[in-house]
Design a protein around this ligand. Structure first.
Ligand code: ADP
Ligand code: ADP
Length: 232
């Protein structure tokens, strides 16, 4: 389970303090697809970056399963991060490396031996439906295929949690739908928790169980997707 207790994040800037996230309390269950929706500037990215220790909260605590991610540092943080995959709007692939090499990258960092890496990469390529594209370069792939590489790379170290940062915002509706179907399928098959942030309501409606609505750094609504988006 993921638990946020009174989490706040303030950035000190030349123009003063920016309260990007204000006193957020959340519990996200294992195996859940949890959405965080809000307009630009609502604090979604800052919040999701705190889930994997890319940002530290100014106040409060974040627990991911048994690890208090907001408190660990160094080797313990790196170990915790390996169990948290992340995908991005612009894919963040390494452009000079092939599909297989991109997916192998986190395995190399984790010190996985070559034979096991190759076995794992082949398995991941099949899982995301990219059979036969292992030697392609990202520039030779469509947007949807690039995001499939991103997903495979994020799953390489068999994470407990997958964080999705506007992962379909650069894709057309048809491709968005395909990528969301893949995420749903992965959630069912691997049982991992998925947390996604988006400014697009249809994305939340399509795959999320529960949703938090953010505004001005605060969670202003929280609940089942159907009840939160119910039109009165
Ligand atoms: P969202 O992802 O919902 O668009 P963000 O988390 O990116 O929102 O931003 C929330 C607020 O925090 C915004 O006002 C943004 O300008 C500010 N912010 C985000 N990151 C930084 C930073 N590194 N330094 C200063 N302000 C930041
Ligand atoms: P940026 O802030 O530009 O994303 P990073 O240092 O985070 O810079 O990443 C540089 C490159 O390394 C990016 O293309 C990113 O995709 C890749 N990269 C970073 N972390 C990982 C990882 N854990 N696994 C695979 N590739 C990674």
């Amino acid at each position: 389970m993921i638990k946020l207790d009174n989490v706040s994040k303030t950035f000190e800037t030349r123009n003063g303090a920016v309260n990007a996230v204000k006193d957020v309390n959340l519990e996200i269950n294992e195996g859940e697809i949890f959405g965080i929706i809000g307009y630009s500037g609502a604090g979604k990215s800052t919040l999701i970056r705190m889930f994997n220790g890319l940002e530290a909260p100014t106040q409060g605590a974040i627990h991911i399963n048994d690890v208090m991610i907001s408190d660990v540092k160094g080797a313990a943080l790196r170990a915790a991060r390996q169990k948290i995959g992340m995908i991005f709007q612009h894919f963040n692939l390494l452009w000079s490396r092939t599909v297989a090499e991109n997916i192998a990258f986190p395995l190399e960092i984790a010190g996985v031996k070559k034979a096991e890496r190759e076995r794992r990469v082949a398995e991941l390529i099949h899982l995301v439906g990219l059979d036969g594209r292992d030697k392609s370069y990202p520039s030779q792939l469509s947007g949807g295929q690039k995001q499939r590489v991103g997903i495979a790379r994020a799953l390489a170290n068999d994470p407990d949690v997958l964080l999705c940062d506007e992962a379909t915002s650069a894709l057309d509706p048809q491709t968005t739908s395909e990528v969301l179907n893949l995420l749903t399928d992965i959630n069912k098959r691997l049982g991992l928790t998925i947390i996604l942030i988006t400014h697009e309501m249809p994305v939340i409606r399509k795959i999320c169980n529960r949703v938090a609505v953010m505004e001005g750094g605060e969670v202003v609504e929280l609940g089942d997707v159907l009840s939160v988006f119910q039109t009165p």
